[in-house]
Design a protein around this ligand. Structure first.
Ligand SMILES: [Zn+2]
Length: 813
């Protein structure tokens, strides 16, 4: 009894000393999630106490003004299908709500395969200047029998000089995942929105169709609408959130650089405490420009959970050692499991899209249900499926013989994607490439919600398919030779289809063009795929093809230093061997492929006649990464690309909706370029990509980070490893918003645009974006596509970065 009391006293004392609030350790949280989900037989639940939304709900409201609904019913406007009425029974305010009853579909499907229509209620305002308010708040309740989850939209209508929502763009609209049968409060801070002439606020739901067994109508109840004033979250720029610390919520591996950043603290003296609240490290932070202080505790290598404290600013617990990023690995895997299509996924959806078919030009057809929904909508495509599966296999490779449960679960999920990839091909080079799907369907062929894609014979698709299947062979060869044989045969066949088509394309005889408009990344994919085939077949033919494609890739690179630039750079790539335009990605990114292929060649054929050239190309890209790595201190994230004023082609950029609304212009391109870091009269280094409608840039950082990891191993360059790791850290907390951007992973994570999937633990969004033509981070509370949309492309890339981090950084304990 006495001993227990002493223990308690000591605990309180250390708790006081640490000045950081002790919380449940992240490993205990992961263990519980794994147990509750039975190692992903069910989807994981997030810890809502760690969510940004939980903190936002608790903010002090400085001013609040009601926007009457039921009590001013005649003033309201309803648009789209549905009937609006007052409901006195279902109400959170006690004064009655307004309710919109509407069907889930119309007689005819939209040609875009997206929602049938939007049912909306607008609370009008009389062209008011509401700049004194910075938050919109409302309560909603949805009745939707048979639906696990729906999503509601909110819009600010401004008729001033700047129109809101911005025509053809995503600013001015906010979305929330809504769970039927309970009241839910929506808070949306709007400090960045133009609101000088507001004509109203809208609340809406898109008609999503109904999954099998669900109701064909819904009711949306709306109550207690307000505009409020609060201390708004920081949403733009490099300044760090007040009283917050930027650090890696996923932790730090043993031997890795370990840093955190604070701003405007009075003392630079910091302490690191272990999980018992005992002092584990103390040091002085290094001051930098703009009031930043960098805290470095790299020499702390003892495995465990820690908190950092400086001048009253505290981190939450994070791991050092082998636990670092382990939770991120499991949670990103959870995301894919949750995204399964054609699968009964309790809590998310019924078996879906069994009536979506792909047609061969000769009339044959096959079902494309399966694989993973690619984002917040229900789109399904080959490229994203392949990349996701490869990420799982790469992570599986690194945890093999170290974590058998994770290894087997990764293989199981990768196999789900492999099955889809191999059964959505016709065997003659034609494959299902992909299809935009934005509605639930009834699984009955011949009714109004049928959708179909047209098979295509495309070298990009076939190289992708070949890459995935080849990567799978060694994993399945011993445990399931029958399945491994199918993978191997598919890899060989698809490679041949792709290689022949690519040769025709390069000879200028192509009848089919590749999806990628850039020669450099098409050749890079061909190079990497050739090497993957070489590794399973050991035939000289594949090595020769890889070397051939490598020569094209290298012809697209800037090898000489641009000594005429203010930052003399070399090593970056151009779109084509003609070098007419620098390579820049803004949404998807394939920037790792060039280095990945060259590194595979150097590893497998170090004595090849071209090996010195491959090495020189890798050295040049390494120089590029080093030379741009300190442009955004203290965050250390890598700038996007070099751009040239007036030199762009946006004619093929995908744009949602009519092209005359919000489409790109040369004026907008040039304005963005000139906000970058000046290199010369016409060349600029943009910190973030030039982008228009689609914004959010995690993939751009992740592509470069992958290349940096590969080069760090190849060139034995530890600094490149630090650079690569920092790009991951930025995604999980080392950013100005001090938030993990991954839903349910780390701390202060925001709600994401999950739409048809709801809130999914482990979902990585498209990424932190930019505001208008600015060149600095922008992460508003406004939840919308594309920046906050959950996405397999970025989640898969997080997974393959974790694989890189674990590959040679795993220290046995
Ligand atoms: Zn589906």
């Amino acid at each position: 009894m006495k001993i227990k009391t002493v223990g308690k006293v000591i605990f309180i004392l250390f708790g006081f000393l640490s000045a950081c609030n002790p919380a449940t350790h992240p490993d205990a949280k992961l263990a519980k999630q794994l147990e509750d989900s039975r190692y992903l037989r069910f989807t994981m639940n997030p810890y809502l106490e760690d969510a940004g939304l939980t903190r936002w709900y608790e903010k002090e409201t400085l001013e609040s003004r009601s926007l009457p609904l039921a009590s001013d019913f005649d003033a309201l406007r309803a648009t789209g299908p549905g009937k609006l009425h007052i409901d006195r029974e279902v109400t959170i305010s006690g004064n009655g709500s307004v309710c919109l009853d509407f069907p889930t579909s119309l007689a005819k499907k939209s040609s875009s395969n997206r929602a049938y229509a939007t049912a909306e209620v607008i609370r009008p305002l009389d062209r008011e200047d509401i700049s004194d308010y910075n938050r919109f708040s409302v309560w909603i309740y949805v009745e939707a029998p048979g639906f696990y989850t729906v999503f509601a939209g909110f819009a600010l209508y401004n008729a001033g000089e700047k129109i809101m929502p911005v025509p053809g763009r995503f600013e001015g609209q906010h979305y929330e995942n809504v769970y039927p049968g309970k009241w839910q409060r929506v808070v949306w801070e709007i400090p960045d929105l133009y609101r000088d002439c507001v004509t109203g606020f809208g609340v809406s739901i898109m008609l999503p169709g109904s999954p099998v067994g669900a109701s064909d109508s819904m009711s949306l109840y709306i109550d207690d609408m307000r505009i409020e004033k609060v201390e708004a979250e920081n949403s733009r720029g490099f300044a760090l959130r007040q009283n917050a610390m930027a650090y890696s919520h996923s932790g730090y591996r043993t031997g890795a650089r370990k840093q955190a950043v604070v701003q405007n603290v009075k003392s630079t003296f910091f302490k690191v405490y272990n999980e018992k609240g005992k002092l584990a490290y103390k040091g002085r932070g290094q001051t930098q420009e703009n009031g930043f202080t960098v805290l470095d505790f790299s020499s702390l290598n003892k495995s465990g959970f820690y908190t950092v404290s400086i001048d009253g600013v505290c981190s939450k617990p994070f791991p050092i050692g082998n636990q670092a990023y382990l939770a991120t690995a499991w949670r990103t895997l959870n995301f894919f499991y949750a995204q399964r299509c054609g699968y009964d996924q309790p809590g998310i959806h019924q078996e879906c899209h069994l009536d979506v078919f792909c047609f061969h030009p000769d009339g044959r057809s096959l079902s494309v249900a399966g694989g993973w929904h690619d984002a917040a909508d229900l789109t399904q495509g080959l490229a994203n499926t392949v990349e996701s599966g490869i990420a799982m296999l790469e992570l599986a490779e690194t945890v093999k013989d170290k974590d058998q449960i994770l290894y087997e679960r990764l293989l199981e999920e990768a196999r789900w994607g492999l099955n889809w990839t191999m059964r959505t091909r016709f065997g003659d080079g034609y494959r299902n490439g992909g299809l935009i799907i934005g509605i639930w369907t009834h699984n009955i062929r011949g009714d109004k919600d049928d959708m179909q894609s047209l098979a295509r014979k495309d070298p990009w698709d076939n190289f992708m398919g070949a890459s995935y299947c080849a990567e799978a062979v060694p994993h399945f060869e011993t445990i399931d030779p029958v399945f491994a044989r199918w993978c191997r045969n598919t890899a060989v066949e698809d490679f041949n289809f792709a290689n022949e088509a690519m040769e025709e394309r390069l000879a200028g005889n192509a009848t089919q063009t590749a999806v990628s408009s850039f020669v450099v990344d098409a050749a890079a994919l061909a190079m990497v795929t050739s090497m993957r085939l070489y590794r399973i077949a050991h035939e000289q033919f594949y090595l020769d093809r890889a070397a051939f494609y490598a020569s094209i890739v290298m012809n697209c690179q800037q090898l000489e230093k641009r000594a005429d630039w203010l930052i003399p750079l070399r090593g970056f790539f151009y779109e084509t061997p003609e070098k007419a335009r620098t390579l820049a990605y803004f949404h998807r990114s394939q920037e790792h492929l060039m280095i990945q292929g060259l590194a595979m060649l150097l590893s497998d054929a170090p004595n090849h006649a071209d090996a010195p050239k491959w090495k020189e190309a890798c050295m040049a890209y390494s120089d590029y990464l080093h030379d741009i790595s300190n442009v955004m201190e203290p965050y250390g994230i890598l700038p996007a690309a070099v751009y040239q004023v007036g030199n762009t082609d946006y004619s093929s950029i995908y744009h949602e909706g009519p092209r005359d609304r919000g489409a790109p212009s040369l004026e907008e391109y040039n304005a963005q370029v000139k906000n970058g870091v000046k290199l010369s009269e016409t060349f600029y280094l943009r910190r973030f990509p030039v982008a228009y409608q689609f914004r959010g840039f995690h993939a751009i950082l992740q592509g470069k980070a992958k290349a940096a990891f590969i080069l760090s191993r190849l060139l034995k360059d530890n600094e490149l490893r630090n650079i690569a790791t920092r790009q991951m850290e930025y995604i999980v907390g080392f950013n100005p918003f001090a938030m993990s951007t991954i839903y349910g992973d780390g701390y202060d994570y925001p709600p994401l645009y999950g739409a048809f999937s709801g809130d999914v633990t482990g979902a990585v969004p498209v990424g932190i974006q930019t505001f208008e033509n600015d060149d600095e981070p922008y992460m508003p509370m406004q939840n919308n596509c594309t920046y906050k949309e959950i996405w397999v492309h970025t989640t898969a890339r997080m997974m393959w970065l974790v694989a890189e981090l674990l590959r040679d950084g795993h220290v046995p304990e």
